[in-house]
Write a protein that binds this ligand. Structure first.
Ligand SMILES: [Mn+2]
Length: 488
């Protein structure tokens, strides 16, 4: 272990990469003529990278003329709520009336729900979604029949037939690297290209960083550009809840990993009953720093209670792993009961601890619902969607997805999942990566300039003799440890 103070590359920036760090990048991007630019791209022209931004621009212009409002409909997770914060901030700041709508996962179905919009969305309004809606045929048809205009912004995997919205800003329509973007960043990209004065505002970058890390999207491409802009913000320009979030961010200006942040922030906010997700939007909009500090303290206390409950459910889940699925390299677990909002967290935890993809199924309201997280190159949304009509609904993205299923017993569903797993052309357990083969172990601090690590950009690993060493970062220290783990 060595302290941060003597790290050679602490003062990092685009041109301050160490020689060894550059070698890692060459290894990670073997086909690129400029691995550094590949790793940390310069400022994008969003309107060229994403489709239909021009349509949103026209819709907003027409809306301003006729005087309707924007109904901003988002997913009730960190990505969705940070996206709603961003949309509300920019649109209200640009003179629009905005009404945010978030379905509650505990009580509501997934999707754009007419019953949620009824009485709120009026003829002549613009329904704008964030992190949501790219498969919401029923909700979009309902809104259009009502006489509203509809623009979807989302990053989830496309499932055909697509809803008949007037515009759909989804990077899945153009492919990687744009597909790495979190839902909140898709809306941000669209809105800052229409209203450029909102580009690189510290409060918006803080929201994006939180949405990006929480949503487990790759720390590559534009995400890395946005995270780098977040590193450079002046925290003194933030107030209230946003200041608390940025201050709590572990080693923000130095080197951090996604899992450090999810531990310190995402899991403190949490999901489900008693969690902070219901108040996160108000918290981010609150300017009263002292009050926000107190709220954060309360959230931390609640999250400790949830963590306790989670570890109970976790040990139950570990014991109930399906043997056959384990043999295929995947965790498959059926539980009679999971507390509200905990399925995804539980699947994430199992994936992290076992270095395996995880599918957790439980009954709810007469249906089977599933939460799934992937590991390595396994595309979880792609896998579930490839099962076709088995599910009433299924979707998500590569790393995190979910489904619900009606009229099928667990026994039948299990058989179907297992037979698909065998056929799916990706090994669910990837080989641990090795960046460099060395004679002498280098100073691990040489690689700190490559941080942040997480989401498909794992800490460097080196091989010396027959041993593999993975870089291990703490908030104030860095070291090597001998491991067969991938490092996520
Ligand atoms: Mn998302």
């Amino acid at each position: 272990m060595r302290s941060w103070k003597d790290a050679p590359a602490l003062q990092r920036g685009r041109c301050k990469l160490t020689h060894l760090a550059c070698k890692v990048l060459e290894n990670r991007f073997p086909d690129s003529s400029n691995p550094i630019e590949e790793w940390l791209p310069s400022a994008p022209d969003w309107s060229r990278e994403l489709p239909d931004i021009d349509i949103l621009q026209r819709e907003l212009k027409a809306l301003r003329k006729r005087g309707g409002k924007v109904v901003l409909y988002g997913h009730d997770d960190m990505d969705g709520i940070t996206g709603i914060y961003i949309g509300q901030r920019i649109l209200e700041g640009s003179g629009f009336r905005v009404v945010p709508l978030m379905p509650r996962r505990a009580t509501d179905e997934y999707g754009l729900l007419p019953e949620r919009m009824d009485g709120v969305l009026l003829p002549g309004d613009l329904l704008l979604t964030v992190d949501y809606g790219c498969s919401a045929v029923r909700g979009v048809e309902w809104a259009i029949d009502l006489g509203a205009r509809v623009v979807i912004t989302d990053h989830h995997t496309l499932v055909h037939p697509l809803p008949p919205s007037h515009g759909m800003i989804n990077p899945q329509r153009v492919g990687p690297p744009a597909t790495y973007l979190a839902g909140c960043s898709v809306l941000y990209a669209a809105l800052v290209s229409i209203f450029p004065r909102w580009n690189n505002q510290p409060e918006l970058l803080t929201a994006i960083a939180l949405g990006t890390v929480s949503d487990r999207v790759p720390f590559l491409g534009w995400n890395r550009y946005l995270l780098e802009e977040f590193r450079k913000i002046d925290i003194g320009e933030l107030s209230g809840g946003l200041a608390v979030l940025a201050e709590t961010w572990p080693a923000r200006e130095r080197a951090w990993t996604g899992s450090m942040v999810r531990h310190a922030l995402t899991s403190v906010v949490g999901k489900g009953e008693d969690s902070g997700i219901d108040i996160l939007l108000d918290f981010m909009n609150d300017d009263n720093y002292k009050l926000c500090r107190r709220t954060w303290k309360r959230l931390k206390k609640n999250s400790r209670r949830r963590a306790h409950l989670l570890s109970e459910v976790f040990s139950r889940a570990i014991r109930r792993r399906d043997d056959q699925a384990s043999a295929y390299g995947m965790n498959l677990v059926y539980l009679d009961y999971i507390p509200d909002g905990m399925g995804g967290t539980l699947a994430s935890k199992m994936t992290r601890i076992t270095s395996r993809g995880t599918i957790i199924v439980s009954p709810r309201n007469g249906k089977l619902v599933g939460e799934a997280r992937s590991h390595g190159d396994w595309d979880m949304a792609g896998f579930l969607v490839s099962m076709g009509d088995v599910f009433t609904s299924a979707g998500g993205h590569r790393m995190a997805a979910g489904f619900s299923c009606e009229g099928t017993s667990w026994r039948e569903l299990r058989e179907l999942l297992l037979s698909k797993m065998v056929e799916y052309p990706v090994d669910p357990v990837p080989m641990p990566h090795i960046d460099l083969v060395v004679d002498e172990l280098p100073d691990p601090a040489e690689f700190l300039c490559l941080a942040p690590f997480g989401g498909k950009f794992l800490p460097p690993a080196v091989k010396k003799g027959t041993m593999r060493y993975l870089m291990n970062i703490g908030e104030n220290s860095v070291s090597w440890f001998i491991t067969e783990e991938s490092g996520d």
